[in-house]
Design a protein around this ligand. Structure first.
Ligand code: 5GP
Length: 114
């Protein structure tokens, strides 16, 4: 059997994380290596590997996460704006094989991201 990812272990409370939001479908916690004053990861509780492995039946879950991110941005006082990133696959820079959305803010973002 495949080893659980670090995010699966966070969901199961096997390792600690600074959790900022949780519901039946998803979990949000602060990134261990923040790239901005606010850097939160929002993940589905279901172990979906990446954006690329989403299937049509995941549409409602993804929509839910999008709205959770919108609400978190308000709670985390990112009224000046923020960036949401989802790295997918090796070229996308994905390092943890559990779908996750980065919510980053608290400073102006640059473009292109590199
Ligand atoms: P990716 O590069 O896959 O898009 O993003 C993975 C993110 O997970 C990185 O920003 C990394 O800092 C974060 N991360 C990796 N391991 C841990 C951990 O154990 N705890 C937390 N909170 N974040 C982690």
């Amino acid at each position: 059997m495949a080893q659980p990812t670090i995010f699966q272990r966070i969901i199961e409370r096997e390792i600690p994380a600074d959790i900022v939001y949780e519901d039946d479908e998803c979990l949000a916690f602060r990134d261990i290596a923040p790239q901005a004053p606010v850097h939160v990861l929002v993940i589905p509780k279901r172990p979906i590997k990446s954006w690329a492995t989403l299937d049509d039946g995941d549409a409602a879950l993804v929509a839910h996460i999008v709205l959770v991110i919108r609400n978190l941005a308000v709670e985390l006082q990112l009224e000046d704006g923020y960036r949401v990133v989802c790295n997918s696959g090796d070229d996308g820079g994905q390092t943890v094989d559990h779908l996750h959305f980065h919510l980053m803010g608290g400073r102006p973002m640059r473009w292109p991201p590199g």
